[in-house]
Design a protein around this ligand. Structure first.
Ligand code: NDP
Ligand code: BG6
Length: 500
């Protein structure tokens, strides 16, 4: 069944000339257009200081589609897409620019027969977000949420704040003009097909949920490993580090989806209520526990796929003696009836040997090692792996008898791969997220309390790190699986990280 086209709206991209717009947003909107998921009247308006005429912006985005689109598009679709595009030159910090934007939007809407629905996408530097949200309200560009009038929605990119206080202040600024149901905070991991499948897998099948608890699960590992370094974002990374950049959002979102209770309905607030409960059930670690249960790492020069790469401290805009972490591991405990006593081990790192995001659930071994008495090796535990990317799929590791006259147990894999089963290219997360925002469905977006609860948790670790001397950095070579201390973190519990 194809999804319904979104209601006719004006999509205003603040930061229409920027990297995110060119690399992600416009290619995603083009795909939606190609698939007939945008209403014919829908217009896309780019706002920035450096955009020129409509024609110039259209040419620029045509080039962006060549570079970043999925390819295979026909010229007709490109032409009809270009006709939706309009550019408005302006400065986010100037009230006059918002006035000009307002008149241009009204003119475009009158010309295209649009009902006045607006989706404002803030693809701008994080420091400008609160101010832009306020000014939008002050300029009369936000319709109130009550009544049957057109909608005004705001999409906000990550990073959503730098810590709890700044996230809170940002929420206050956004809420000066927009109500919570008008706000869509992006975490693009939630838009990934396989992330969405975590809940379908758990709750759309009868056999897994009964096993999904402390009686049967030994421990859970969540890995977000990347081969790339900081890719020219040294300045940003020096302020953020991997804990803020990836753990606070993507990793904790995956944790929530794996650990949450089944929601009573697949509805935005019901699902998000359950996710918030997970975050609130994580036991806030004491300073001693932070030092014991977390690991910080930073990459030294090394090699990725045979190619020599620089260390973090040699990256542009990075201090020569930087102590910023590019790797983090964290053992945490969720204190509720389902998970008490089951450790969750999280890790995220740059310049690791392989790009892979996965969740591995290791089950307890059978209570009796029956086959040991027949002279066989003791079976490995069953491991269920949800592979988010790449090579999306689900694999279950089980013991099986090797054919032959003797009783030999071997570990084999039952494997489901998306590409083999469905054959289609997986849509980019932004396609789904833009469509949902246009449709007003916030299920795959982070709610205010969710973002703040995640910051509260993460801040408990960051505060202790800030006050304790960092380990001797750099402490792992690019192209290896992280610092030795991360191996020890699991070895202490008699476990080891999976080699994905
Ligand atoms: P860029 O620096 O490439 O783009 C920033 C955009 O904001 C430009 O179009 C710029 O246009 C515009 N802008 C900046 N200041 C003003 C101003 N005063 N008035 C009007 N327009 C302004 O950043 P990105 O596209 O990379 O990032 C945008 C946001 O998305 C950031 O919050 C980032 O954290 C987030 N993000 C980006 C990702 C990516 O892959 N790029 C991934 C995840 C999040 P101009 O200079 O012409 O005015
Ligand atoms: C972004 C982080 O949010 O996610 C980047 O800022 C990281 O540092 C990226 O590389 C990873 O996303 P993906 O979709 O490539 O796994």
């Amino acid at each position: 069944m194809s999804p319904a086209p979104a209601p006719a709206a004006t999509i205003v991209i603040f930061g229409g000339s920027g990297d995110l717009a060119r690399r992600k947003l416009v290619p995603a909107l083009f795909e939606l257009h190609r698939q007939g998921l945008l209403a014919p009247e829908t217009a896309i308006v780019g706002f920035a200081r450096s955009v020129g005429s409509d024609e110039a912006w259209r040419d620029d985005l045509d080039a962006a589609l060549d570079e970043h689109g999925r390819g295979g598009a026909d010229a007709g679709a490109r032409r009809s897409f270009a006709a939706r595009l309009h550019a408005v030159r302006g400065d986010l910090r100037s009230d006059a620019s918002y006035g000009e934007l307002k008149s241009r939007l009204e003119a475009i809407e009158a010309e295209r027969g649009l009902p006045g629905n607006r989706l404002y996408y803030l693809a701008i530097p994080p420091s400008g977000i609160g101010d832009a949200a306020r000014r939008l309200g002050a300029a009369g560009l936000v319709h109130p949420v009550e009544g049957d009038g057109p909608f005004s929605r705001l999409v906000v990119e990550k990073p959503f704040g730098h810590d709890l206080a700044s996230a809170h202040a940002l929420n206050e600024a956004v809420h000066a003009s927009f109500r919570e149901r008008q706000v869509f905070r992006i975490d693009h991991y939630l838009g990934k097909e396989t992330t969405q499948n975590i809940l379908v897998f758990r709750l759309g099948n009868g056999i897994f949920e009964p096993l999904w608890n402390r009686r049967y699960v030994d421990h859970v590992q969540i890995t977000v490993a990347e081969t790339i370094g900081v890719e020219g974002r040294g300045k940003f990374f020096e302020e953020a580090g991997i804990f803020r950049d990836v753990v606070q959002n993507h990793l904790l979102q995956l944790l929530c989806l794996v650990a949450m209770e089944p929601p009573v309905a697949f509805e935005a607030n019901v699902v998000r209520d359950e996710k918030v409960k997970v975050l609130r059930s994580v036991r806030p670690p004491s300073p001693q526990e932070v030092l014991r249960d977390t690991v910080r790492g930073q990459y030294a020069p090394g090699a990725i796929a045979g190619r020599a790469v620089a260390g973090y401290r040699e990256e542009p805009d990075v201090a020569a003696a930087s102590t910023r972490e590019t790797y983090a591991a964290w053992k945490l405990q969720i204190e509720n009836w389902r998970w008490a006593g089951v450790p969750f081990y999280l890790r995220a790192g740059k310049r690791l040997p392989k790009r892979v995001t996965e969740i591995a659930i290791t089950f307890k071994t059978p209570p009796i090692a029956l086959f040991r008495h027949a002279g066989c090796a003791v079976g490995e535990p069953n491991v269920l792996v949800l592979r988010i990317q790449p090579d999306e799929g689900i694999a279950l590791r089980i013991g099986a008898k090797r054919p032959g006259p003797t009783m030999r147990v071997e570990t084999v894999k039952m494997d489901f791969r998306y590409a083999e089963q469905f054959g289609e290219a997986t849509p980019d997360a932004y396609e789904r997220l833009l469509l949902d925002a246009l449709n007003g469905d916030g299920t795959l977006f982070a709610r205010r309390d969710e973002v703040e609860a995640a910051w509260e948790l993460v801040e408990g670790v960051l505060d202790v790190w800030a006050e304790s001397p960092p380990p001797d950095l750099p402490n792992y070579e690019a192209g290896t699986w992280g610092p030795e201390a991360a191996t020890e973190l699991l070895a202490r519990d008699g476990r080891r990280w999976r080699r994905p």
